[in-house]
Ligand binder design. Structure first.
Ligand code: BGC
Length: 403
C-alpha cells in the first residue's frame, strides 16, 4: 500500500520541550532565534484531534518524531510516562487507519548530551543506539517505518557552506551555557562541519540500525537525507560536482545504504554558476525557496541510483501562507505527476509524506513560515484545513498520476 500522509517533528509542534538544546539556544541573550518555541502547536495535548483531521482528509500515514529529551530526561533515565504518551500516539494512528512513521532524532538533542560532547563525542553513537533500542522495543511492533536521524547530511551541508558569522554571538553565549563547543550538537543548526561530527552521526545511524534490527527484526529502519535537485550553468560545474559528492552522494553511500529504506526530503532545486549557488527557478516562496515541481522526482532518482534501496518521501513542501495556498495546491500534484513518472521508470518509492501537517515552529524563523496543510492560529491555536490539504487527500484517493 502506497503511503499518503503528512510529517511533523516533536519539537516543532509539541511545545514545552525545555530539556532540548534548542530551547536553551532560544533563550540565550544573543540568540539568533526570532522567537521562542513556547507552546508550539500544543500537539502534545491536541494530537488526537489533529490525527482525526489528517485521517478525514483521506490520508493513510503520519510521520512524527519522539522527543529524545522527553523520554530520556537524564542519561539512562527513561520516562515511562513519556514512552506511554508516544505509545498512545501510535495507537491513535492505528485506530484511524494511519500507518505511523517514527523518527528518533529530528534536529534536537537533549541538553545533557550536548554537555557531554554531543555529536563529536565518541560515546554518542552507543548512547543513541541505546535510545533507538528503547523506542524500537516500546513502539516497534505497531509502526510502519523507523527513521534514525533526520537530514543526517546536515553536518556535510555545514561543511560545504562554512561557518555563518551571523551565529557567532549566539555560539559564544552557548559555549558559556553548555560548557562545551555548542557546534557539537546537530540541533543547533550550526553543527560543526568537521569530520568528527560527520563520522559520529554516520556511526550513530549504523549502530541504531543494528540495534533496531536486533530488537525488532522486520521493522524497516533508515536514515533521512535532504536532497535538493542540482544543476549547473557554465562555470558552475565543478562546484556542483563537489556539492553533489560531499553533501549528497557520500551521505547516501555511507548512511543511505545502511538500513532498509532511505527517507528522501526535498523542497527545491539549486543551480550552481560561476558566482555561487542560486534558486533553481523563478517561482519563489516567502523564504526564497524556488518551487521546482520536478525536484522531488529528481531527488528520488538520485537516491535510488546511489543506494538501490526502497525510498519513502519523508518531507516535501513549501512555505506558503493562506493567501498563497493555491500555489501549494498546484505544486503538490505537479510534483507528484513527475514522481509518478519516476516510479513508472522503476524507482522504488513507497510513499509520500508532505511537510507539514500543521504550521509550526520553523526553528530560527520562529512562527513566520507556513508549511502546514492545516493552518494554526497563533493566538488561539485553532486549526483550519487549507484547500491544498483537500487536493492532497484527493490524490491519495485516486492514486499516483502517471504511475
Ligand atoms: C526540516 C524541517 C523543517 C523543514 C522546512 C526540513 O529541512 O526537517 O524540520 O521545518 O525543512 O524548512
Amino acid at each position: 500500500m502506497f503511503l499518503w500522509g503528512a510529517s511533523t517533528a516533536a519539537y516543532q509542534v509539541e511545545g514545552g520541550n525545555t530539556n532540548a538544546d534548542v530551547w536553551a539556544l532560544e533563550h540565550l541573550a544573543r540568540t539568533a532565534y526570532r522567537e521562542p518555541s513556547g507552546d508550539a502547536c500544543d500537539f502534545h495535548t491536541r494530537f488526537a484531534a489533529d490525527l482525526a483531521l489528517l485521517a478525514a482528509l483521506g490520508l493513510n500515514a503520519f510521520r512524527f518524531s519522539v522527543e529524545w529529551s522527553r523520554v530520556e530526561p537524564a542519561p539512562g533515565e527513561y520516562s515511562a510516562a513519556a514512552l506511554a504518551h508516544y505509545s498512545r500516539i501510535v495507537d491513535t494512528c492505528l485506530g484511524l487507519g494511519l500507518t505511523p512513521v517514527v523518527t528518533l532524532h529530528h534536529t534536537t538533542t537533549p541538553q545533557w548530551l550536548v554537555r557531554a560532547g554531543g555529536w563529536r563525542s565518541a560515546s554518542t553513537p552507543a548512547v543513541f543506539s541505546g535510545y533507538a533500542q528503547r523506542i524500537a522495543a516500546a513502539l516497534g511492533d505497531r509502526i510502519g517505518y523507523l527513521c534514525t536521524i533526520n537530514e543526517a547530511n546536515t553536518p556535510a551541508q555545514v561543511a560545504y557552506d562554512g561557518p555563518d558569522p551571523r551565529w557567532e554571538p549566539m555560539l559564544a553565549d552557548a559555549r558559556a551555557y553548555f560548557g562545551v563547543d555548542p557546534a557539537a550538537g546537530v540541533g543547533t543548526f550550526v553543527a560543526a562541519g568537521d569530520e568528527t561530527t560527520i563520522a559520529t552521526v554516520a556511526e550513530a545511524h549504523r549502530r541504531a540500525v543494528a540495534a533496531v534490527h536486533e530488537t525488532r527484526p522486520g521493522l524497516p529502519v533508515g536514515v533521512t537525507l535532504a536532497i535538493p535537485a542540482v544543476s549547473a550553468v557554465d562555470g558552475g560545474e565543478e562546484a556542483a560536482e563537489r556539492y553533489v559528492e560531499q553533501v549528497l552522494h557520500r551521505p547516501l553511500r555511507e548512511m543511505g545504504t545502511v538500513g532498509d529504506f532511505v527517507g528522501v526530503q526535498n523542497y527545491t532545486g539549486l543551480v550552481f554558476g560561476p558566482d555561487g549557488v542560486r534558486p533553481g527557478g523563478d517561482d519563489l516562496t516567502d523564504i526564497g525557496m524556488a518551487l521546482v515541481p520536478g525536484s522531488l522526482a529528481d531527488a528520488c532518482r538520485r537516491a535510488y541510483a546511489v543506494t538501490g534501496k526502497p525510498l519513502l518521501v519523508t518531507e516535501h513542501g513549501a512555505d506558503l501562507d493562506d493567501s498563497q495556498d493555491h500555489r501549494r495546491a498546484a505544486f503538490i500534484p505537479a510534483a507528484l505527476a513527475e514522481l509518478g513518472q519516476a516510479i513508472a521508470d522503476g524507482v522504488d518509492v513507497r510513499g509520500y509524506l508532505h511537510w507539514s501537517l500543521l504550521d509550526n515552529y520553523e526553528w530560527m524563523l520562529g512562527y513566520t513560515a507556513f508549511f502546514g496543510l492545516v493552518g494554526v492560529d497563533r493566538r488561539t491555536l485553532r486549526r483550519r484545513v487549507r484547500p491544498s490539504a483537500l487536493v492532497l487527500g484527493g490524490l491519495a484517493r485516486r492514486g499516483l498520476p502517471g504511475a
